[in-house]
Design a protein around this ligand. Structure first.
Ligand code: ADP
Ligand code: MG
Length: 346
């Protein structure tokens, strides 16, 4: 048997310990029984017994409740550390009076090592996804800037040239008409480039403010999808940090894309509510709802929404009822509070 079984009285005096203890912690059972307990095993035992005693009340016994196993690190005779998990029960005499405790100690070092490795790789993945989202955001901002600053400037210059040529040519000549047309084309190209710049990197990232950006996004959405879009947002929302505004905006974009792609909805409602501590963004449609019979695909939209919210210290809840549509609720902290465990690096 590889687990160690021990029995103690209610004062934590060891009555029995199985020989398998040698394999687990290096001491023989004789060593442990005949000598005062080593500090580690003593602490170990005392903790175990204290936990077990909490569960000896007759009521709890009747309910069949037993002490939950507990984990602890124990130092072996050779100084190395073994992780253990102990299960305990209360021993009773014939009258049901507790007389002792029996414990079973399992070596879970291997499991613990796996768990730690998993935790490490999870936190690395989190860092990676944070980095990927950041790089994507930077890259988008750069493209938008190039479109606006460089291409924009060049188009302005081109337009001036075409305009002045048009003025130099006679009013009714073919060349004049062609040049006027060229000026109009250049104007169109400028507004196209402006639109592209805005869609890759919304100006909230600079100065527009979340509320205006949301209204703009909603307007564009209903224009292109012919789904009615109702927006309920505070008239003004200063003081939303850029990181939070960006996360909210990207979540909104993905949610709206999903509505137009999957929902077959006729209406979508967007609302933003703001307390001192939290920004709550809600997007609900009246479409077909999530199909729970379809196994979760390797889709990055919903995952990406959750990830963005998480990285901003918040969360996303997605709920759905058949033919009642989908509701996406993102909660993002405004006071810089965040769950520290999320960014932990090990
Ligand atoms: N508003 C919605 N209405 C109905 N189904 C939706 C909605 N949003 C998402 N879904 C379903 O959830 C799936 C996952 O969405 P997502 O992760 O964004 O992936 P993708 O949009 O690339 O398919 C979609 O394929 C779709 O089946
Ligand atoms: Mg999607």
């Amino acid at each position: 048997m590889s687990d160690v079984i021990w029995v103690s009285d209610l004062k934590a005096n060891l009555v029995y310990i199985s020989p398998s203890v040698t394999r687990q912690i290096g001491y023989t059972s004789d060593e442990i029984m005949s000598h005062p307990l080593t500090v580690t095993t003593k602490t170990h035992l005392r903790q175990a017994i204290q936990k077990a005693l909490k569960y000896v009340s007759p009521e709890r016994q009747r309910k069949g409740e037993s002490a939950r196993p507990f984990r602890m690190a124990v130092t072996r005779k050779d100084g190395s550390v073994v992780w253990t998990e102990t299960y305990m029960s209360v021993l009773q005499d014939r009258k049901g009076q507790p007389v002792g405790i029996v414990g079973a100690v399992r070596d879970i070092t291997e499991r613990k090592t796996y768990e730690q490795a998993l935790e490490r790789s999870e936190s690395q993945l989190r860092l990676l996804s944070q980095r990927v989202l950041q790089v994507q955001e930077d890259e988008r901002a750069r493209i938008a800037r190039d479109l606006h600053d460089q291409l924009g400037q060049e188009l302005v210059y081109l337009r001036m040239k075409a305009q002045s040529l048009a003025e130099q040519t006679g009013n009714s000549s073919d060349a004049h008409e062609a040049l006027v047309e060229l000026v109009n084309l250049i104007d169109q190209t400028r507004s196209t480039s402006h639109r592209i710049a805005e869609s890759v990197s919304p100006p909230i990232l600079d100065d527009m403010g979340l509320v205006r950006a949301v209204r703009l996004c909603a307007g564009e959405f209903s224009k292109h999808s012919s789904i009615a879009c109702y927006v309920d947002v505070p008239v003004d929302s200063p003081g939303v940090p850029k990181e939070i505004a960006t996360a909210a905006y990207r979540i909104l974009q993905e949610a709206l894309t999903n509505v137009s792609k999957h929902a077959q909805a006729s209406e979508v409602h967007i609302s933003i509510a703001k307390t001192r501590k939290t920004l709550v963004l809600r997007i609900s449609d009246n479409g077909v709802g999530l199909d729970s019979t379809v196994p979760e695909k390797r889709s990055l939209g919903l995952v990406g929404m959750r990830e963005r919210a998480r990285l901003a210290g918040g969360s996303v809840r997605i709920t759905s009822r058949p033919s009642r549509g989908v509701q996406v609720v993102a909660r993002l902290p405004l006071d810089g509070s965040r769950d520290n465990t999320q960014d932990r690096t090990t």
